[in-house]
Design a protein around this ligand. Sequence first.
Ligand SMILES: [Zn+2]
Length: 374
Amino acid sequence: MSFIYLILTTTCSLIDDFYMYIQTFVCFMKGRYPQTIVTDLDLGLKDAIRSELPSTKHVISVSSILPRLSNWFSVPLESQFEEFRSYFDSLICMETSEDFDFRWNQMVSRFNLDSDKHITLLHSLRTYWAPSYTRCCFVAQITTLTFLKSVDAFLKGVFSEHTCLRSFFDQVGMSANFQNQSNNEMQYLHTRTCIPIEDHARAVLTPFAFNALQHELVLSMQYAVSEMVNGSYHVHHYKKMDRERIVVWVPEEEHLCCSCKEFESSGILCRHALRVFIVKNYFQLPDKYFPTRWRQESSLMFLDDQHSQDNDEWFREYQSLSENLFVESSISKERSDYVRGELMKEMRRLLNEVRNMPDNEVPSGLFLFLPHHL
Ligand SMILES: [Zn+2]
């Protein structure tokens, strides 16, 4: 168990309840403690976690703090609030704790917030929520706003004031089954590069993780790599020379560590590390770079290989035909105008027809409530 996302209803809970919830959870997990726990900002919960889960890294989701900024600071700062907000957003992007502290102090003096109680609270808790302090904790992207919104939408779809725990788990099971039946996500995962690493990763990773890795792989092509005397690498964007990363390479263990710490935090390799793997002629990533959390075999998804292959073949045919058509029609303006007009007409007709065809795979409504990580 590497991490948990704790969902507690805090509106009517007493502090003692937090202790009881956590003890019950640990008991339920047969005494095994999580490596990381991600929660909302709540001081009572923080104390309970420190007491009951002393070896667990507690992360307060920054996405749970951002919506409170307006309530806390818009009145005292008035017209300066928007500027403060962009200062605060820039803090979240700071990579090192030194950079964070420097920028924080700048912000506090710029807006004269030395004695503000919320600033004092946030500063005292910075090691819990500031990404520059929590970057090395594996949180599998669950602190992002996108994930929190998907959980929120899912819970609103299955919870009501009368929902019991049994019914909640039934709903989760039903939603997962619907997603399995649809297989929608996996069918349309197509490769976007000719890099063998991508093909291999597609066979191993869940759709969400594959999409994330694919995005990094595409962007990795924009990075230059130079080897240092100690065997590590400088990696920098071809335009942004000032954002250089250091990738440390330990050949004996096939271990690679980037200064951005993306893999340590999300379990998805960053573009910088991927660039180094490509330069080193890797055609598949070492097994350890596919964490259990992101493997198809450990997710609730299952794949229909035949269906997936058929779709791949169809997609390749479509792509090849479109490319040929584009090349032929680009030869002259007359050709281009003719193809464009005819194609648009035909595509709109087809689109309307397809939209009116029955869809018997996905029951409407419930599928949309399912968090994309399930
Ligand atoms: Zn990196």
